[in-house]
Design a protein around this ligand. Structure first.
Ligand code: DGJ
Length: 644
């Protein structure tokens, strides 16, 4: 369906007449609750369970046609898709929004939301997405220059005409999105540009850039740093102090030496040992700060123009500093990496937040750095595969994130990439006992999102309250040549050959609400697991007990939420929990109820109220007793109270 059809459809439904104003309060926006910002859509908080498409996917409606329903079937609620300057303004001033409309229709008809990526002046540092009329006019739209005098494939931030043309087109795009979507809110947010920064040198060395670099640091920035000294990123503060905490001077006078123009990046002197040092510190800070100021102030104007047309949340994302690209220029210099977030906050106050593209192993550490100073956490890009479910929980539960979105989602094959595929052999992801050991691996990612969709209202209600704990996993790999899956009668049902991976975790005690919870993971040594394969759809994680009781096997998806006094929701298993009152004077812990959640046809649904034989008549929670047993992976609600 092209733009005219979309307009006709909207006119028929009355949507055009009702189209939102640029600052319509019903538009998606951020709202602060319990000290953290959440995304509000149609009056309610919304948790983005997303996936980012590969860069070129959204350019073809035909190519996307079979993809949309697949993404919906994997329980995504939001797709992150590109809109390119090249496609929407092939001739200056003449807009073609058909690719945008195709995306909106594709998402909307599959009950999906969208976050659009504005691939315009820059994408991964480079400038491959501007239309030819921009690329072919270097006088009007100048290019950055490296230390050897080479023109880079990067538009210079010193092109005011570039900024204004980008902003004008972005404004037209936002106006169009408001006109076609201001009522439906399929489009939730905008990412402005993509992973900006200079790659190939540590800064732009064009004549205009050199002149600005040798001039005093702009007053606005210095005033901001002075006023926000108490909350600045420790890396920035330390470096500033190490150079004498000056409040005026050139970039190098205040922040130290930059890189020599002809020093070659990624040179042979960049040993592994040096990489390991460089990637966790500031290097050539003057160059990076200078570029951060240039990019942030440029993007601030683009954002302002867009928001004047349709004010929905907008953010900028960053390629992270990491061992393979440890210094600015090896990763894009000037992008919103954590050590320069303060410069971005000053330079681009119109942005709602800054986001990491988070592929590094130190996922948790980087989330912590991106939540400094109240920055809401949204992960637009991350790895697919085995780590994705656990990382989703770190972002959404531990760091109260507004959304999570692995990259290249349409290329991700259930269980095919990453560590969970192998585990699938232990169960089938259904409620049936497997007949043969060979079976397709479970789609753990889709199941995680199903679970998160089910729990989203509780998660959103608890974000920021300190009432949710993500139970970190530790992993070890065992090589087993034979595993026996047993039935309830203890007789072997299936024998699995080959290598299997198990996730193990240490017992854990945590104080949450009025109780201290003792949690033991896995299956107890004296059995008690018994029935294999149930696992509520997470068949790969269930199914141990009886004859294989020496193995522990727990899901990486483990969390506990203290919903209200005495009311706890657990996700995980197999595990055992007992509750010890923090105030023994009020009596001992008594189990009021246990409610399970079951998975049917991929949906998480309310399950049984467990009592009687299933919970030893609610006596098992006695701290001296064995504790409540979550036999397989699942969702369990426990209510406890105290009685003398
Ligand atoms: C990060 C970029 O932002 C994405 O657009 C994509 O190019 C990926 N890298 C590729 O891994």
């Amino acid at each position: 369906m092209k733009i005219i059809t979309l307009f006709l459809a909207l006119i028929a439904s009355g949507a055009v007449a009702l189209a939102a104003t640029p600052t319509d309060s019903s538009a998606p926006h951020l709202e602060k609750h319990n000290g953290i910002k959440q995304l509000y859509v149609d009056g309610k908080p919304f948790l983005i369970l997303g996936g980012e498409l590969g860069n070129s996917a959204a350019s073809s409606a035909a190519w996307m046609k079979p993809i949309w329903p697949q993404l919906a079937a994997r329980n995504l609620n939001t797709v992150i898709a590109s809109v390119t300057w090249q496609m929407i303004e092939p001739v200056e001033g003449q807009f073609d929004f058909s690719s945008v409309d195709d995306c909106i229709i594709g998402a909307r008809t599959n009950n999906l939301h969208l976050v659009f990526l504005w691939f315009a002046s820059w994408k991964n540092g480079q400038s491959s997405y501007p239309p030819d009329w921009v690329k072919n006019d270097p006088k009007r739209f100048p290019w950055a220059v490296d230390g050897f005098g080479n023109t880079m494939n990067i538009l210079s931030t010193f092109g005011d005409a570039t900024r204004d043309a980008d902003a004008k087109t972005f404004a037209a795009l936002m106006r169009h999105i408001r006109e076609v979507d201001g009522k439906d809110h399929t489009v939730l947010m905008m990412q402005v540009e993509n992973e900006v920064g200079i790659v190939g040198d540590s800064r732009d060395r064009s004549p205009a850039a050199n002149a600005a670099y040798d001039a005093p640091v702009p007053k606005d920035l210095m005033n901001y740093l002075v006023q926000h000294k108490a909350t600045l990123a420790p890396e920035l503060l330390e470096l500033w102090a190490a150079n004498g905490s000056k409040t005026s001077g050139t970039w190098e006078e205040i922040f130290g030496a930059g890189k020599s123009p002809t020093y070659r990046l990624w040179g042979p002197d960049l040993t592994d040992e040096k990489k390991n040092i460089y990637w966790k510190q500031l290097n050539w800070a003057s160059d990076e700060f200078f570029m951060a100021w240039r990019y942030s102030t440029f993007i601030n104007k683009v954002v302002a123009a867009g928001k004047a047309e349709y004010d929905i949340p907008m953010y900028a994302n960053a390629w992270q500093q990491q061992p393979g690209c440890p210094r600015p220029g090896e990763y894009p210099s000037g992008g919103p990496v954590p050590q320069v977030n303060d410069i971005w906050r000053c330079g681009a106050p119109n942005l709602d937040f800054l986001s990491p593209d988070l592929y590094i192993a130190e996922f948790d550490w980087d989330c912590a750095r991106y939540t400094r100073n109240g920055n809401p956490l949204f992960i637009p890009e991350a790895n697919t595969g085995g780590g994705a479910p656990g990382n989703a929980l770190i972002a959404l539960i531990k760091y109260n994130g507004i959304g999570y979105s692995p990259f290249g989602i349409e290329r991700d094959r259930p269980g095919g990439r990453g560590g969970f595929g192998g585990r699938g052999r232990q169960g089938q992801g259904t409620n049936d006992i497997p007949a043969t050991p060979v079976a397709p691996p479970p789609d753990v990612f889709a199941q995680t999102y199903a679970l998160l969709q089910y729990l989203a209202p509780v998660i959103l209600d608890n974000q920021g309250k300190g009432t949710m704990v993500f139970l970190n996993e530790t992993r070890t790999t065992h090589t087993n040549t034979e595993l026996v899956l047993t039935g309830e009668d203890g007789k072997p049902l299936a024998v699995f050959q080959g290598e299997t991976t198990h996730t193990n975790a240490e017992p854990q005690e945590l104080k949450l609400g009025d109780y201290t919870l003792s949690i033991k993971y896995g299956v107890s040594a004296n059995g008690g697991g018994g029935r294999g394969g149930r696992g509520g759809g997470f068949g790969g994680f269930g199914g141990f007990g009886g004859a294989v009781s020496t193995y522990t096997n727990v899901s990486p998806l483990r969390l506990v939420i203290n919903k209200s006094p005495g009311s706890y929701v657990f996700v995980g298993g197999p595990m055992t929990v007992s509750f010890k009152p923090n105030d023994p004077a009020k009596g001992k812990a008594i189990l009021s109820s246990t409610v399970e959640t079951i998975n049917q046809d991929g949906q998480w649904l309310p399950g049984r109220w467990l009592n009687g034989d299933e919970t030893a008549h609610n006596t098992r929670g006695d701290p001296e007793g064995s504790g409540f047993y979550m036999r397989t992976f699942g969702v369990y609600g426990y209510s406890v109270f105290q009685r003398k």
